[in-house]
Write a protein that binds this ligand. Structure first.
Ligand code: AMP
Ligand code: MG
Length: 396
């Protein structure tokens, strides 16, 4: 069998998923838009602030009316923050004004209430103000027609806030990548059910779906094939494929006797092979009803690491999410690595940013993976590393 490297398989997966990653767009209400990615730039339909308003609770004045020391002015009314246009300010008078209220025509500054002493209908303002002080000019934040948000931006609360401030109710975002998740294995039982001898709990289903969602994808169907029956798997895939951009499977692609995914994909021209990688050696790709299929081996650590290496980077890019952080770190202890395989060992960062091994390389060690916070990425050709050596790590 020809040697396939991790990078070659990653390139194959990338090309197979290229079309699936180029999703369409949809309009969603702001309330549902958190974490979505803008499909286009959004321009402001309005000036922000919408109108000239007061930055303080105080008195609307003409700056020219105030002297350096005390100025006594008659209070002719009050402007609260509410709908409506106040009367123009009469020179040498003032009106009480609240934060956010429309500044009356003729007024050009706000004297904060803290600098004023009220006595009935008169107020003594204790210091002068420059024209414009504590006045928030219309359009001083953004002008109508200017860009509020760029395209390809992942929406956080502050972005939703500026859209809402401009009166925008919904936003055009990239559609999510729609994924069907399939786990296979006659030994699998859902968590919460009793297990008999020989049975294990399905952890790949929950892990893959959570990892997909964390990458911005949408799970459109979860298929749990727990009888290793290829016909049934085929039918379930047929029912789910129509609404999917990608199908991801776990298990059933090795050299055993009940390899259902292999049995379904092989007649359709699927490629079932072996990658120079540990964990995650067996890998398969295919197409089902025109939908690309990416198949991982069933061992839970293999499935999770395969997803992280081959699929997560693609999804993160379309979802506007940052790529996993890669960083060189110093090894705490010696390690040995399998020759001819790119190995992804489980590591935990310790004091001083160094990294220690967690658990062994076994691809069933789910607790070990849960206890790790990085993968240690060891090149195919490396067989031995010493404490103090530098290794490349991938943050989980
Ligand atoms: P397979 O790739 O189907 O040969 O499975 C390899 C190993 O992974 C076996 O020990 C399976 O029991 C285990 N396994 C397969 N699927 C799952 C799953 N969904 N959750 C947990 N373990 C699994
Ligand atoms: Mg199996």
């Amino acid at each position: 069998m020809a040697h396939t490297s991790v990078d070659q398989h990653a390139a194959l997966v990338r090309s197979l998923l290229a079309r699936a990653m180029a999703t369409g767009t949809e309009r969603v209400p702001l309330a549902d838009a958190l974490g979505r990615v803008t499909a286009t730039a959004v321009t402001s339909p309005v000036d922000l602030p919408l109108f000239r308003n007061s930055q303080m609770d105080g008195f609307a004045v003409r700056a020219a009316d105030l002297r350096d020391g005390d100025t006594i002015l008659p209070i002719l009314g009050e402007v609260p923050a509410r709908r409506g246009t106040p009367e123009p300010l009469i020179p040498s008078t003032t009106v009480r004004i609240m934060t956010g209220a429309v500044v009356p025509e003729g007024a050009d500054a706000i004297a904060p209430v803290e600098d004023a002493t009220i006595d009935g209908n008169l107020v003594t303002i204790h210091r002068a103000r420059r024209a414009g002080e504590f006045v928030r000019e219309q359009g001083s934040d953004v002008r109508a027609g200017a860009e509020l948000l760029p395209a390809a931006l992942r929406l956080a609360s502050r972005h939703l806030a500026v859209l809402a401030s401009a009166g925008i109710r919904d936003v055009e975002v990239r559609s999510r990548v729609r994924v069907v998740v399939i786990t296979t294995g006659a030994e699998l039982v859902d968590p919460g059910q009793p297990v008999d001898d020989g049975q294990i709990y399905d952890s790949n289903g929950i892990a893959l779906e959570a990892a997909l969602r964390a990458c911005g994808a949408e799970i459109v169907a979860s298929i749990r094939n727990s009888n290793d029956d290829a016909d049934q798997l085929h039918d379930a895939m047929f029912a789910a494929a129509a609404g999917a951009d990608v199908i991801i499977t776990s298990g059933g692609i090795s050299m055993g006797d009940h390899e259902v995914v292999r049995d379904v994909l092989t007649p359709l021209g699927g490629r079932i092979g072996h990658i120079a990688m540990q964990p995650g050696g067996p890998q398969a790709t295919g197409s089902f009803e025109g939908v690309p299929v990416i198949s991982f081996p069933g061992n839970p650590v293999s499935t999770q690491i395969s997803f992280e290496i081959f699929v997560a980077p693609l999804l993160r890019r379309v979802a506007g999410l940052p790529a996993a952080t890669r960083a060189p770190r110093t090894l705490v202890s010696d390690l040995a690595s399998i020759p001819g395989k790119r190995q992804f060992l489980r590591g935990r960062t310790v004091e001083g940013g160094r990294v220690d091994l967690v658990a062994g390389p076994g691809s069933h060690l789910v607790a070990g993976l849960a206890a790790s916070d990085v993968l240690i990425d060891i090149p195919e050709t490396t067989t031995e590393l010493k404490a103090g050596d530098t290794v490349e790590t991938i943050e989980l």
